[in-house]
Ligand binder design. Sequence first.
Ligand SMILES: NC(=O)C1=CN([C@@H]2O[C@H](COP(=O)(O)OP(=O)(O)OC[C@H]3O[C@@H](n4cnc5c(N)ncnc54)[C@H](O)[C@@H]3O)[C@@H](O)[C@H]2O)C=CC1
Ligand SMILES: C[N+](C)(C)CCCC(=O)O
Ligand code: NA
Length: 504
Amino acid sequence: MAIPNMRIPSRQLFIDGEWREPVKKNRLPVINPATEEIIGDIPASTAEDVDIAVKAARRALGRNDWGSTTGAQRAKYLRAIAAKVLEKRPELATLETIDNGKPWFEAASDIDDVVACFEYYADLAEALDSKSKTEVKLHLDSFKTHVYKEPLGVVGLITPWNYPLLMTTWKVAPALAAGCAAVLKPSELASITSLELGEICREVGLPPGALNILTGLGHEAGSPLVSHPDVDKIAFTGSGPTGIKIMTAAAQLVKPVTLELGGKSPLVVFDDIPNIDIAVEWTLFGCFWTNGQICSATSRLIIQDTIASQFLDRLLEWTKNIKISDPLEEDCKLGPVISRGQYEKVLKLISTAKNEGATILYGGERPQHLKKGYYIQPTIITDVDTSMEIWKEEVFGPVLCVKTFKTEEEAIELANDTKYGLGAAILSKDLERCERFTKAFQSGIVWINCSQPCFWQPPWGGKKRSGFGRELGEWSLENYLNIKQVTQYVSDEPWAFYKSPSKL
Ligand SMILES: NC(=O)C1=CN([C@@H]2O[C@H](COP(=O)(O)OP(=O)(O)OC[C@H]3O[C@@H](n4cnc5c(N)ncnc54)[C@H](O)[C@@H]3O)[C@@H](O)[C@H]2O)C=CC1
Ligand SMILES: C[N+](C)(C)CCCC(=O)O
Ligand code: NA
């Protein structure tokens, strides 16, 4: 497929079904991380715009064209959005690549997931119609109880930059399927494709206010959304420190949150793996895919000492073979990290590891052949101690650290030696052992004989400091529904709790 050239469309905020200039008229630059050039700009919202968008969302819930729709009616909109995204796949992939830096083919495959996700939640929206009212059997005949599942209300969705349109979709699709009205605040570092979703919603005639898209900075646009008294819930994916701020602010209004935060996920490799190259490839993919910027990246390789040296030799050969280039080049497998700030943060974590006594087995620098762009070589770090920052902190860049183990007990201890709990992976031929590790891993996701594949039907989320709540599958729909108990007295008899006064 030919990769299309694209310029960044100039957009405003998407509010109440229309493009609308932010009240303060400010804009933020869009930077292509592969060239470090400003390639466009996005509107910068403030609290004033948040208020206008929240009001539009609330009005949508009060109107018949959105607030009284059946799941089947909403499914039609979701399917129409999916079809439009598919139609614009090449263009959206290019926009995502020049905004985020991920290889074009990765961006295109993310867009495929976006399409599948909208279609999947269309199916769930339809299925909701028969599940939205269920009877609860009581021990008495004098009462009848039903449970209704109804849209939770106006929801605030705050997303990161690593999978821009996909992380937006993980929240927008179930929120709309459930019948909520949403205000989305994508990351200021990669908002372009989320704004294009606004254009798609306009084209398919999504009722005004059902989805509003506010670009802008976290503290200027995200924070007022979290603190807005008329927003019923916040769903957030991003960094731990921001997650803490959001939970703290939401707590003041007793506002529910779901948080999908960072990780430092382990990949445990045993010496019984049947094929070393297959295991090595999963190790690379688990950490270097998406330029290493995955919350669930298995960035701690825990390898059995008996095969460590042979495995690392082979890992090195595969790593040297990874093509680092402009992400618009066809067979690029590693592009730049998202921003200058991220570039400096990753290099600093690498130099701290060196200062603390670790060995940079490979990489650790910018690739010589690329003079511009936020490129960092895929990096492998050995001689790591569990007290080191590189073992403990999320890097969010192409950096793998390695430790060896002798026994299963030691491997489990190392795997769980983290404040995070998003993913965990094991590579071993022994399926009983895999089962033992599945139970022992303190995480929300376990991969056996692979790392990272993610489908839209199973639940996604973590424990410990990786957050709580589950996205994807049916679990995500529950995030956007209110469960309402309705109890009716169906007897003609008096309740007879109080003594009846004597007749007049
Ligand atoms: N776990 C994950 O999926 C991600 C982790 N990260 C990690 O976080 C670090 C910082 O990256 P950032 O893009 O700055 O992540 P971030 O967590 O600050 O940003 C994520 C989203 O939250 C918004 N936000 C920021 N402050 C906010 C506030 N006070 N109230 C409401 N919304 C707010 C941002 O505008 C963005 O839309 C990265 O270096 C990386 O290590 C970054 C992105 C995703
Ligand atoms: C599953 N995957 C890798 C597509 C996205 C994971 C979410 C994240 O990194 O924030
Ligand atoms: Na960008």
